[in-house]
Write a protein that binds this ligand. Sequence first.
Ligand code: PMP
Length: 345
Amino acid sequence: MKELKELVRPNIWALEPYSSARDEYKGVEATVFLDANESPYNGPINRYPDPLQNEVKELLAPVKNVRVEQLFLGNGSDEAIDLVYRCFCEPRVDNVVAIAPTYGMYKVCADINEVEYRTVLLDENFQFSADALLAAADRLTKVMWLCSPNNPTGNRLNTKEIVSLLTRFQGIVVVDEAYIDFSSEPSFSQVLDKFPNLIVLQTFSKAWASAGMRLGIAMASPEIIGIFNKVKYPYNVNLLTQAQAKEILSKRLDVERWVRLILEERGRLMKAFNDLPICLKVYPTDSNFFLARMTDANAIYKYLVGKGIIVRNRSKIQLCNSCLRVTIGTKAENTALLSALRMYK
Ligand code: PMP
């Protein structure tokens, strides 16, 4: 990897971050807080939250088997995606390389930040090669985007190719693991100490069943986390989210049970899709959704909307011609979907 200083935008490297009242006084023994222009009424929401979310991180670090200083928390992992651009990519100068198809926000954030977004098409098994990504890069490529398990295809990317990219690419490699809890493979967060150019993204929005809470996780070297912390808004994770995060972290057994139920239902639903005459192919998945090639995805999508059942029509996406993306719901929801599809003519 290049020196971090060479990868970070010069203005960000030199940035003197905002120092909030909560940064400057961290003691717990004080009882009178007249430093942050807060109201003394309507507690506890009258107070600003911990800017670095230390209590949440102390609970999360052992769950993820990483150190607190390797953790960044943001307003969804979408915040971390945007921060990658703002920290590493000089607008109108630098570029990034991503697999395609993949999660749409990598490109949206590139467009917002005026950063060239290069793509390399996955193969027919939705796999990538490190060689192809490296061939698309040049000296101005700062970041490579990988998503494993990938959205919308559902599958895990080949571990050997990810390691090859991490070893050979001199810039930052992001591995977005939003769906990792539905996969049997270990997380790349466990090799952070080996790869200083690695950023792993995870989220509370999927297996942790807390999309409304908006809490995303980035795991990386303490140096990269330090850069993110400099650039993020001072109070990027609000008080209610931090309280709710502690609550869900105390319910790990529930979360594990929900994941087991989703995996069971995933098996049942995929098998049933395979037997539908209007389904041409069900793609293998490591996520809480799967991709299915249908006889006519647009018509079937519209038919389902008419029945009040919404799936994701991905038929306009590269390699996903006539495909629907189906999220696994409760047994009753999945059964409603199947009954509707069995009546489709
Ligand atoms: N990464 C991937 C691959 C996703 O599919 C999503 C959400 N659909 C996200 C990140 C964003 O998640 P969050 O809710 O944490 O912003």
